[in-house]
Design a protein. Structure first.
Length: 193
């Protein structure tokens, strides 16, 4: 286990004991990265700030829900940020959305202040973008709709006129190919997860 993982777990334990300084330290450590993810999904800085505020309120109230056996603290935070961001996007539907974004058009997230970590994050992001771009068009587009636009499998099926079973298969195959492509890097803490 890396020193960062141990420090993160210690912060969560302190937050469980209602140590506000630990929450502030966790915020300082990861807010830029989480804000970048939320902003990419919701497409609006103000809304992304609200997502971040909700997230850290949830961390304060639910720190005990963190399970180290299921992954790192940053992975837990990223999943929670993604879920809240997608909930925001879904809540504003069916309001007209200006066209769907492709992964290539999503801006880079602001990285941490640490130059070495920032470089590792950018390298990890390049690897992920490259892996996504190598997918067959139908799998790539289906994953973009699911993960960047927050559409359910049923909504993707309806929007694209593709049978639901085909949508599910494309998502599954695409995720399997992505996992295989990034598997050699998953054991490393260098990408921040």
């Amino acid at each position: 286990m890396s020193a960062v993982s141990e420090a993160d777990r210690a912060l969560i334990a302190r937050i469980e004991r209602r140590d506000a300084d630990a929450l502030a330290e966790l915020y300082d450590r990861y807010s830029a990265r989480l804000m970048g993810l939320a902003q990419r999904i919701v497409g609006d800085t103000g809304e992304a700030e609200e997502v971040l505020q909700e997230l850290f309120l949830w961390v304060w109230r639910s720190a005990s829900s963190f399970d180290a056996a299921r992954g790192s603290v940053i992975a837990w935070l990223l999943v929670a940020t993604r879920s809240r961001s997608i909930d925001r996007v879904r809540a504003r539907r069916p309001a007209a959305r200006a066209g769907l974004r492709k992964v290539e058009t999503i801006p880079d997230a602001p990285g941490p202040q640490d130059v070495e970590a920032d470089s590792a994050d950018k390298q990890w992001e390049r690897l992920c973008r490259s892996a996504i771009s190598e997918l067959p068009e139908d799998q790539r587009r289906t994953l973009e709709l699911a993960y960047f636009e927050g559409l359910t499998h049923q909504e993707i099926s309806e929007q694209t006129g593709t049978p639901l079973g085909t949508v599910k298969t494309r998502v599954r195959l695409g995720l399997m190919k992505l996992r295989d492509r990034v598997r050699p890097y998953l054991g490393r803490e260098s990408h921040g997860a």
